[in-house]
Design a binder for this molecule. Structure first.
Ligand SMILES: C[S@@+](CC[C@H](N)C(=O)[O-])C[C@H]1O[C@@H](n2cnc3c(N)ncnc32)[C@H](O)[C@@H]1O
Length: 393
């Protein structure tokens, strides 16, 4: 059996490392030419539950049911119908559950995703009728079982979706929605890139709704990303083994380190976001581990002594949704200057931004070494994560 984990383009290696920490087995990047995906062989469906519930950088976990080649002209729809019928999915269906097909398509084809879904859906209905003698219910809005039929050029992949409608980058604790909040998966990847250790002081000086500080606290606590969304996980709607799946989650929850002491700080200019970040820290169960202040990034020395911070992880405004590009560039400069003063020698700053040229031109002049520069595709926007180290230019 193989599990396919999806993430952002650019984060595949980080997701692969995260998987290796949990399971042994050959990890493959971008299987069948699908970017932003990582595959691993698993022995049981229980291992897929473990991955779905506890990996921080994934968006979804899927069980691979079948993969095959298709034509890219109109004949491809027929190939999809036949290929889906060959997949072994009837064990995941029963008369009392509904299903839907979801499809993603990359490449040039003479057909579009809704046509893929229609062909594949018909194949599921026909196979269940032939094999089990009933007509499988369809529910396109809120299905119990989601089958993914994804096409990349002449490759087609049929998978059982373990996560469902809402990607795992939504953690379920957010009460305050920031207009430019970062995905939990990317926030978590940034924390990993920083190499932050739970004994170190961490600061996000542009913390918005608190995503990065909260993600860091959960990482140190071993609090799984599925913890606050147990009622929103597709594997709990499969018509079997729900007890077993609940036990797996309970076992993982048993390892949460609620009592751990951490030095994680967030600061932010606008009162509304400060209040929102505090509200989010409460609903995420980390109000005693994450301290949020109202402060301007250019005057951080009023809050922290020079050299007293080990790690800064942050997400400055790009000048698209909030602030204009010129103002955003000034904020980047302030961040680099005051971040440099606050960090100890050898301290790290990880930031994600669209202003890559500014970082390349300013960081080394200030005395940072650019240790890593990683392009990431966030939805339709290419951003870049930088890891800067103080005093190693
Ligand atoms: C891209 S958002 C951060 C979003 C955050 N990562 C989240 O997930 O909610 C950048 C934040 O920087 C804040 N900001 C802008 N100028 C600032 C300044 N001079 N000092 C401190 N914060 C500032 C904005 O209000 C905004 O909340």
């Amino acid at each position: 059996m193989r599990a396919i984990l999806t993430t952002c383009w650019g984060l595949e290696n980080i997701t692969a490392d995260e998987i290796r920490e949990r399971l042994r087995g050959e990890v493959e990047l971008n299987p069948f030419g699908f970017r932003g995906r990582v595959a691993i062989s698993i022995r049981t469906i229980e291992e897929a539950i473990l991955l779905s519930y506890s990996l921080r950088t994934i968006h979804r976990c899927m069980l691979l049911l079948h993969s095959f080649k298709i034509r890219t002209d109109e004949g491809g729809l027929e190939d999809i119908y036949e290929g889906v019928k060959e997949a072994e999915f009837t064990q995941f269906l029963s008369p009392d559950v509904s299903f839907a097909i979801r499809s993603e398509r990359k490449g040039e084809h003479r057909f579009i995703s809704p046509q893929i879904a229609a062909s594949a859906g018909q194949a599921v209905i026909d196979k269940v009728m032939e094999k089990k003698g009933y007509r499988q219910k369809v529910n396109l809005d809120d299905p119990d079982v989601t089958i993914r039929v994804d096409v990349s050029n002449d490759n087609c992949m049929v998978c059982l979706d373990m996560v469902g409608g809402e990607s795992m980058h939504r953690r379920g604790w957010r009460r305050y929605d920031h207009p430019a909040s970062l995905k939990g998966s990317i926030a978590s990847a940034l924390v990993r890139i920083s190499g932050w250790d739970e004994g170190e002081t961490m600061l996000d000086p542009l913390c918005g709704s608190g995503t990065i500080p909260i993600e860091a606290a959960h990482t140190a606590m071993d609090l799984p990303p599925g913890y606050f969304r147990k009622d929103n996980l597709a594997f709990m709607r499969l018509p079997f083994k729900r007890e077993v799946f609940s036990q797996i989650m309970a076992q993982i929850d048993g390892g949460i380190r609620w009592g751990i002491e951490l030095r994680i700080y967030g600061s932010e200019l606008f009162e509304k976001h400060v209040e929102g970040a505090i509200m989010n820290a409460h609903s995420a169960g980390v109000e005693d581990k994450v301290k949020i202040y109202r402060h301007d990034v250019s005057a951080l020395s009023e809050l922290f002594r020079p050299g007293s911070v080990d790690v800064i992880v942050t997400n400055p405004p790009y000048g698209m949704r909030i602030a204009d590009v010129k103002r955003a560039a000034e904020i980047h400069r302030s961040l680099l200057r005051s971040g440099f003063d606050l960090l100890r020698e050898g301290g790290r700053m990880v930031l994600v931004t669209t202003h890559k040229n500014l970082i390349f031109s300013v960081a080394e002049n200030l005395g940072f070494k650019i240790d890593k520069s990683l392009p990431i595709c966030n939805g339709n926007l290419w951003i870049r994560a930088f890891k800067l180290i103080k005093g190693m230019a």
